[in-house]
Design a protein around this ligand. Structure first.
Ligand SMILES: [Zn+2]
Length: 267
């Protein structure tokens, strides 16, 4: 079977096409996290490294326009470098970009970061109790989610480095009286891990009302963190979260369609 691929005029066009696709995925993650209730008051942001560069796509400060993140579109996603300089885009990048950038600088395995303020996970930080690997979705957070005892905005490189040091090699960090940072090796996986963190925190809280909290066994954690189970952990649930996007359409029809909310029949 012959596979026909589009031919691009030059390498620059190819990169530009890839960046546009990446920007579209970052915008979609904002809409999905908003629809999933992961950031009350619609505050939070997602970033993605542009492969092969030290440039990062991140949300522009659309809050200053009074906009909800449920309407995030590709032109709301801007480009910065790893030092936080604004390179491209119509609106200034969010102040807390250093949270994303300082983690990415040190962690080549991290290509996407979500910063959010989910209720249950944030409450654990307020109480000073670490989120543990519990339930079906908690294994990826073993041995536990660290808490950064700092409640200000992460709006300087120094504060970003505090987060990087606190998260270490882990996937998630709780910022006391503030929110969370969650890492991924793709935009979709960082989004899924953010939902998983909030589900895990909620489950741990409920379990603690009933009796002593018992963690997932080390063997199960190892199993989920390696090989096929890891792939399964992410890929099997993306279809569910993708449909939270109010602009959801079948993959072959995906395009920027601000304002065109589909009826269930159209989906
Ligand atoms: Zn924040």
């Amino acid at each position: 079977m012959t596979i026909h691929r589009p031919t691009y005029a030059n390498a620059k066009t190819t990169l530009q096409t890839e960046i546009t696709a990446l920007r579209r995925r970052v915008a979609r993650a904002h809409r999905i996290l908003t629809a999933g209730g992961i950031w009350p008051l619609t505050k939070g942001h997602v970033s993605a490294r542009i492969p092969g560069t030290d440039h990062v796509l991140i949300l522009g400060h659309i809050h200053s326009e009074g906009r909800s993140l449920i309407d995030t579109d590709i032109d709301d996603i801007v480009t910065v470098d790893l030092d936080g300089n604004w390179l491209e885009g119509r609106i200034e990048p969010v102040d807390e970009r250093y949270l994303h950038l300082e983690i990415m600088k040190d962690r080549p395995d991290v290509t996407s970061v979500v910063h959010a303020h989910p209720t249950y996970a944030t409450a654990f930080g307020i109480a000073g109790v670490n989120i543990l690997p519990v339930g079906n979705r908690g294994a990826i957070f073993a041995p536990q989610v660290p808490i950064l005892d700092f409640d200000r905005q992460i709006d300087t490189p120094e504060r970003g480095r505090m987060c990087r040091d606190a998260i270490g090699d882990g996937l998630a960090l709780v910022l006391k009286n503030h929110g969370v940072a969650v890492c991924g090796d793709s935009i979709e996986n960082a989004t899924i891990a953010t939902f998983a963190l909030e589900e895990t925190a909620q489950l741990q809280w409920i379990a603690a009302q009933v009796g002593p909290v018992q963690k997932i066994s080390t063997g199960e954690v190892r199993s989920v963190l390696t090989g096929a189970r890891k792939e399964e952990f992410y890929s099997h649930v993306w279809g569910h979260y993708a449909r939270l996007d109010p602009w959801f359409s079948a993959p072959e029809q995906e395009h920027s369609n601000r304002g065109q909310v589909k009826t269930p029949a159209q989906r």
